[in-house]
Design a protein. Sequence first.
Length: 266
Amino acid sequence: MNSSDTKSTSRKNKSKNQTKIKGINYYDHHKYDKFWVGRDYEHLSEVAAIKHLLAGSKFKKGLDYGGAYGRLVPTLSEFTEELILSDPSGEQLDFSRKYLKDFKFSTLLLTEDAHIPVKAESLDLLVMVRVSHHLVDPTKNFEEIYRVLKPGGKAVIEIANSAHFFNRVKWAAKLKTVPKTPIKVGQYSNGIVDDIPFVNHNPETIFKELNDANLKVVEILSVSNLRSRLIKQVIPLNKMISIESRLQTKLAGMKFGPSIFVLVQK
Ligand SMILES: C[S@@+](CC[C@H](N)C(=O)[O-])C[C@H]1O[C@@H](n2cnc3c(N)ncnc32)[C@H](O)[C@@H]1O
């Protein structure tokens, strides 16, 4: 049996063990907290990006959109007086109450795509990280973000970047450019098997969609620039994060990294 057979067998076994889930609550039954074991570099890179984009601000009411079990609640708590953790997965929200016993936040179940059950113009801050890769067409979500933000309110939106540096090189080798449309990256990311969308987005398209939703781009950062097994093995984590923090602004213009953080304002 060659390695691709092994891969496909393990995928078949995986899919046998997983239930098909309808709707957007497909993170129920998913041990998403386990996904973060061994990913301290990625986690701390994202925390650094959020801290940079929100530095010096304190928001009255903030919402983590698709926040799962609240990985980012400790960080967002530093910048908000009141924080709502929202997610379509009731199980992730239940787990957050155990996982984050020492933090003050409320939870909100999302039952419909692109609908946040809060009043229009009621939020000062919204944060959406690692959700865009589940949204094939995020335009309605951006319109909803516009609806719920107060005038002048801000949002941090993370984009899974299809046009990161190494992908551009790969496409260039085929004498092509990275498509402007979302690129499917496989159903098996994060260990979930289903018809769940997993896509990467071209930031140019996302910027246009944000603009169409009247969300003004204030700042962008290139994030997880050093994501590489080899680098992780040779450079200590604290050194990596210190280099990463400096690169996030320097490489933003060329949209180098696999993840782009965008600060927008209504
Ligand atoms: C990869 S996790 C990211 C969780 C958290 N934001 C983080 O960065 O740790 C993706 C989350 O998006 C949620 N999600 C999936 N589809 C969604 C949708 N249409 N609207 C809002 N959240 C969604 C999932 O339930 C899941 O908790």
